[in-house]
Design a protein around this ligand. Structure first.
Ligand code: GTP
Ligand code: MG
Length: 399
């Protein structure tokens, strides 16, 4: 059986404009979740995500990278996408593979062309959306104006989930709006921001809305438990504040990704279009771990060492799978390795009888060489393939 249940899987694409800090956030999240021992850095060329020589040289992402981490029993698949419009294809195909899109916005630059585009594309695909306001350690940031711009562009459901305790050099942490501690400082009014968060969350939950109207308040636990439903319905697009460079708000973002975003079981239901003699029919796909395996290829990579690697996003996995459903890859290298190590000797043409070929085959399976054929003549050991002349196989029972 797969190690993780479908309900414990989170698939998240980090999207946004170029240079906003998506890759730096991915590196910071991997390090915070202890998926890596050493924190990667785009500037130093040690990023886990931007590993390609060209990416290291240019210091930006060229293709989507699939990363994974485990946190509090949840398996998170992070897709770090390129932000520059020239490579937008990689980002769009990543959106097809996930249930959640995290829009990363650079605080000094605000909303940019690709931020808007990715927001629309994620909406078209009915994905759960979140915003990360990164680079809050930069100077001259008008935080209140920035949040107002986000709300004007992305709607009133776009509300702060946490707020920084300062910007620029004063930034040292974030304050959760689920339950802000008394006396916490922030560049915005925390009570007003909390009310906006409550309004966005209760909109998706009738019962909680009635309670809020009756009592005038909602507890942090009630808010936290209603948040996934509100994110799924689109009534709430939470904003997380971070600085990937200063490691501020990263643990809170990791917590948010594992607690509040959607699993494949809760996300949009995909449809399989099947062709038969009479035409096409649409079969709705439930994300579950039984039934015939169905997956979607969302990226193909041509690696000079291993050949073509296709990344699959399983929509339905067989119950007997022993591997993580998201790590399945179909490689043409595997296919050619199988061909290289086929059971027929090219020398004597015998199947399985040639011991020279068998030992050769074992060695070739671990290297990229083809096994050398044996020196026996084909006629001596080649058995007849005609069924009429083939002798029936006799089984002798042990005495
Ligand atoms: N000051 C500051 N700089 C940051 C922060 N996060 C990232 N950077 C810097 O911003 C630059 C771009 O960061 P990346 O992580 O490569 O940005 P990206 O969004 O992945 O860029 P693309 O791959 O082109 O889409 C790098 O020089 C980072 O060091 C931050 O929180 N604060
Ligand atoms: Mg990048």
């Amino acid at each position: 059986m797969a190690k993780h249940k479908v309900e414990d899987i989170r698939t998240v694409a980090l999207v946004g404009h170029g240079g906003v800090g998506k890759t730096s956030l991915a590196d910071a999240l991997l390090f915070t979740a202890k998926a890596v021992d050493r924190r990667g850095s785009v500037d130093e060329g040690s990023s886990v995500s931007d590993f390609d020589d060209e990416e290291k040289k240019r210091k930006f992402s060229i293709d989507t990278t699939v990363l994974h981490l485990e946190h509090k029993g949840k398996q998170v698949y992070l897709l770090d996408t390129p932000g520059y419009p020239d490579f937008v294809g990689g980002a769009l195909s990543a959106l097809n593979a996930v249930e959640n899109a995290v829009m990363v916005v650079s605080a000094p630059n605000g909303i940019q062309v690709n931020t808007r585009r990715m927001f629309k594309e994620a909406g078209k695909r009915e994905l759960a959306r979140m915003v990360v306001l990164n680079k809050l350690d930069a100077d001259n940031i008008d935080f209140a104006a920035l949040v107002a711009t986000l709300r004007d562009n992305f709607g009133k459901g776009c509300v702060l989930f946490n707020a920084p305790n300062g910007t620029g050099a004063k930034l040292s942490g974030v304050v959760s709006l689920l339950n802000p501690p008394a006396g916490a400082s922030s560049p915005i009014d925390l009570n007003a921001a909390r009310s906006q968060l409550i309004d966005a969350v209760v909109e998706a939950d009738e019962e909680l809305m009635m309670k809020y109207l009756d009592e005038g308040t909602v507890s942090a636990e009630e808010l936290a438990s209603a948040l996934p439903k509100a994110i799924a319905s689109g009534s709430c697009i939470p904003i997380f504040c971070t600085s990937a460079k200063k490691d501020v708000g990263i643990a809170e973002l990791l917590e948010g990704i594992t607690q509040f975003v959607l699993s494949p079981a809760q996300g949009r239901k995909r449809v399989l279009v099947q062709k038969d003699g009479t035409g096409t029919k649409e079969v709705p796909l439930e994300a579950r771990a039984d039934g015939p395996f169905v997956a979607q290829v969302f990226k193909t990579l041509s690696d000079k060492f291993v050949g073509n690697l296709s990344f699959l996003c399983p929509r339905r996995s067989p119950a007997t799978s022993s591997r993580s459903p998201r790590s399945r890859t179909c490689t043409s290298a595997t296919r050619s390795a199988r061909r290289r190590t086929s059971a027929t000797c090219r020398g004597c043409r015998s199947r399985r009888r040639c011991s020279a070929w068998r030992s050769n085959r074992r060695r070739a399976a671990t290297s990229r060489r083809s096994p050398a054929p044996c020196r026996r003549s084909p006629t001596r050991t080649q058995p007849s393939t005609s069924t009429a002349t083939r002798r029936p196989r006799r089984w002798s029972s042990p005495a």
